[in-house]
Design a protein around this ligand. Structure first.
Ligand SMILES: Cc1cc2nc3c(=O)[nH]c(=O)nc-3n(C[C@H](O)[C@H](O)[C@H](O)COP(=O)(O)O)c2cc1C
Length: 399
């Protein structure tokens, strides 16, 4: 029998019991919450961003909106939430106490100073003296904060990100992770700037700027506060493809450990991030929606997956999909697929594939009494019909 994989993970110089970390956000808003999460089995937690005591962090109400499927499943989530409401002294006490009770779990302090770099150093010194394992710089919050010259307005500017990282690295004795915003044109430039500033690792991504929807009766975008709305940060399953792409670019640009973030809600999502270069993953929205308990299925699923594939730990699969990425120009254009009929008996005759091919493709499919038939001469191999097929009748075949 194969020896079961272990989930212990190396993140730069740090070791975690497993690669599942709570991202900075509502699930890490208090010491009591982080303790409960560690008891449930989370490997680490990034504290809700700690800011200077005087900073205005009055939150809006409501401050969330959700895009849901008909069965209530979450596709995407918007928030306009600000930073931790707790004081620095509260967090200093909590970090000390949590690390005493959970020495093996990784506790990362997310910090955001104001425009004076010294305030970043003050925060960094306070949290590291309290005993946190690493510091994460929040230079990526997309709403509210950028107007004050902070958050994403630092993270969108390579010079500023280099300077702020350098400022904190100058006083840091624990690893400094820089949390990047996806709201930029080229994340590799930003990752490179963080590395030049002395970052020990990268966390990516923070939420994606968005306007989740508009109430078509009241003409007000959501979430509406007193009849008005303001753009927010998008998170949850819908942003996973954006996070994956960003992480793969960062991994190909800098030789630093990466925490992959964005839409992780199942162990398979975590594996995808790891295959594209992440050492560990962070989770926020999925825990807000379903609670800390999701960690059990994530840990079990990842252990099973690694064991079945005969990998000893998550470290062993890190970056294994990176050499499968090419430029568009370098892709093989001679490969052509077509839809093969896997079994006419499972075809529901819904006609979706015919419509898609007729109005969004190459008019290559027809329905006959015997089921779907393909005109190979017309088929261009785009694959749309296979994607819209809800029953698995159409499957990919090589020409
Ligand atoms: C309600 C809410 C509050 C958040 N607050 C913070 C924060 O204080 N600091 C921070 O760095 N990121 C914050 N985030 C961003 C998350 O840490 C994470 O980067 C983002 O939500 C994407 O991950 P997810 O899809 O797993 O939620 C927040 C996200 C949400 C949904």
């Amino acid at each position: 029998m194969t020896k079961p994989a272990i989930l212990q993970t190396n993140l730069g110089t740090l070791t975690l019991p497993n690669p599942f970390i709570l991202a900075s956000g509502p699930p890490t808003a208090s010491g009591e919450m982080i303790r409960r999460a560690f008891e449930k089995g989370w490997g680490g937690a990034v504290i809700k961003t700690i800011r200077p005591d005087g900073m205005d962090i009055r939150d809006l109400s409501p401050r969330f909106a959700a895009w849901k499927g008909v069965r209530g499943e979450l596709y995407g989530f918007e928030n306009v939430e600000l930073l931790s409401k707790r004081t620095i002294s509260y967090w200093v006490e909590e970090i000390r106490a949590i690390k005493q009770d959970f020495p093996d779990n990784m506790l990362i302090a997310s910090i955001m100073g104001d425009t004076d770099p010294k305030t970043w150093q003050t925060l960094a010194i306070a949290v590291q003296d309290a005993g946190c394992d690493a510091i994460e710089l929040n230079v990526s919050c997309p709403h509210g904060i950028p107007k004050a010259g902070l958050g994403a307005s630092i993270g969108q500017n390579p010079t500023l990100i280099r300077d702020f990282t350098r400022t904190v690295s100058a006083v840091a004795r624990v690893p400094v992770y820089v949390k990047l915003t996806p709201n930029i044109t080229d994340i590799s430039v930003i990752a490179q700037a963080a590395a030049e500033g002395g970052a020990d690792g990268i966390s990516a991504i923070n939420s994606v700027q968005c306007m989740l929807g508009v109430d078509i009766d009241t003409f007000t975008p959501v979430p509406s506060v007193d009849g008005y709305a303001t753009p927010g940060g998008y998170s949850g399953p819908a942003i996973r493809p954006i996070g994956l792409k960003m992480v793969s670019e960062i991994a190909r640009t800098v030789q630093l450990p990466i925490m992959g973030i964005g839409g992780v809600s199942r162990w398979q999502d975590a594996v995808e991030y790891m295959l594209l270069g992440a050492a560990a993953v962070q989770v926020c929205t999925a825990v807000m929606w379903n609670g800390y308990g999701i960690i059990r299925g994530m840990r079990e699923g990842l252990t099973r997956y690694l064991t079945e594939k005969e990998y000893c730990s998550p470290d062993a699969i890190r970056g294994m999909a990176l050499n499968r990425i090419r430029t568009h120009q370098a892709m093989n254009r001679s490969v052509r697929i077509y839809p093969a009929v896997g079994g006419q008996e499972i075809c529901s005759r819904c006609g979706r594939c015919i419509t898609a091919c007729r109005d969004g493709g190459y008019q290559a499919l027809n329905m006959t009494g015997g089921g779907v038939i393909l005109n190979r001469e017309r088929c261009d191999g785009c694959g749309l019909c296979i994607l819209v097929c809800g029953t698995g009748t159409l499957i990919e075949a090589l020409r």
